[in-house]
Design a protein around this ligand. Structure first.
Ligand code: 7PJ
Length: 277
C-alpha cells in the first residue's frame, strides 16, 4: 500500500513503514509504567523518541494492560495534558491513546493529530467527535474489555472475525464523514487473544491489509514475546524488533514500539533489501 495518511496538519507518506513511539504517562503500564509518570520525564522521553526518528508519538494516560484499573477522564487528562503541551513543538504528529470522548475532545483541541482508540470509537459520541475533526483515527480490535479480555479468548476464525470487525468500524467512520485517508486499522495484538491467536494474526496480517487501510501492528515488549522467548519485558527488544519486521513484511505500514532507534534501523535494512530485489 502506498498513498498518504492525513492526520491533522500532517500528511504522512506511506511508502516507507512508519514508526510510532509509545509515551506512557501511567503508573501501571506493563513495561514502562511509572517510568515516565512525571510529566517532565514523559516529555523528555518523547523528545528522545523524536530524535531517534519516531514518525508519530502515541501518548496514553490509561493503562489497558490485562486487569488494569479504569481511570476517570479528569485524571487521564491531568496526566496527558502537560505532556501534550510539552511536545507540541517537536514537529512530530501526536496520537492520543484513549477511549473516552471527553479526553478526545480536549486532546483534539490541544492539537492531537490522531486518536488511537483500543475500542475503535465504541463510546457514544466518539465517532462523531473524531469525524468532525481533521485527525486520523486508529481503529483497534479487542475481544472483551481490558479487565476481562485475557480470561478465555475464543474465536471460530480469528483472522476473519478481526478483519470483519475492522471493516465494519472503518465503514461506520466513512459513513460518518471521515475520508478513507484518515483511517488506520489494527488487529490489537494481545487484546483478547492467546499467543496462538496473536501468531495467526501476524502470520496472516496480509488478510487484514487487503481492506485497503494502513495496518498498525503493536507487538512491542508484549507478553506473547515473553511466552515465546522466556524473557521478561526488559529483555524483549530483539523479539520486539523481529515482530516489527515480520509485521511490515506482511503488510503493516505502522509499527507501535517502545524502542524507536532499533526499530528504525531494522526497517531501514528491510527497505534496502526490498529495493535491491
Ligand atoms: C496497543 C495500543 C496496540 C494500539 C496498547 C502496550 C499495551 N494501541 N495500546 N495497538 N497496545 N493501536 O503498550 O503494549 O497494540 S497498550
Amino acid at each position: 500500500m502506498t498513498g498518504i495518511l492525513r492526520c491533522g496538519r500532517f500528511e504522512l507518506a506511506l511508502e516507507r513503514a512508519l514508526v510510532m513511539g509509545v509515551v506512557n504517562v501511567t503508573p501501571d503500564s506493563f513495561y514502562d509504567g511509572g517510568r515516565h509518570f512525571d510529566p517532565s520525564a514523559a516529555v523528555a522521553h518523547a523528545r528522545r523518541l523524536a530524535e531517534e526518528g519516531a514518525d508519530l508519538l502515541d501518548v496514553g494516560g490509561e493503562s489497558t494492560r490485562p486487569g488494569a484499573a479504569p481511570v476517570v477522564a479528569e485524571d487521564e487528562l491531568a496526566r496527558i495534558l502537560p505532556v501534550l503541551e510539552g511536545i507540541a513543538g517537536l514537529g512530530v504528529p501526536v496520537s492520543v491513546d484513549t477511549t473516552k470522548p471527553e479526553v478526545m475532545r480536549v486532546a483534539l483541541a490541544h492539537g492531537a493529530a490522531m486518536i488511537n482508540d483500543v475500542t475503535a470509537l465504541a463510546a457514544p459520541g466518539a465517532l462523531e467527535l473524531v469525524a468532525g475533526s481533521d485527525a486520523a483515527v486508529c481503529l483497534m480490535h479487542m475481544q472483551g474489555s481490558p479487565r476481562t479480555m485475557q480470561a478465555e479468548p475464543t474465536y471460530a476464525d480469528v483472522v476473519a472475525e478481526v478483519r470483519d470487525f475492522l471493516a465494519a468500524r472503518a465503514a461506520a467512520c466513512v459513513a460518518g464523514g471521515m475520508a478513507r485517508s484518515r483511517i488506520v486499522v489494527d488487529p490489537g495484538f494481545g487484546f483478547g487473544k492467546t499467543v496462538a491467536h496473536n501468531l495467526t494474526l501476524l502470520a496472516r496480517l496480509g488478510e487484514i491489509a487487503v481492506l485497503g487501510f494502513p495496518v498498525l501492528a503493536g507487538w512491542s515488549r508484549k507478553s506473547s514475546l515473553g511466552r515465546i522467548t522466556g524473557r521478561p519485558a526488559e529483555e524483549r527488544l530483539a523479539g520486539s524488533v523481529a515482530t516489527a519486521l515480520i509485521a511490515v513484511q506482511r503488510g503493516a505500514r505502522i509499527v507501535r514500539v517502545h524502542d524507536v532507534a532499533a526499530t528504525r534501523d531494522a526497517l531501514a535494512v528491510l527497505a534496502a533489501v526490498e529495493r535491491a530485489q
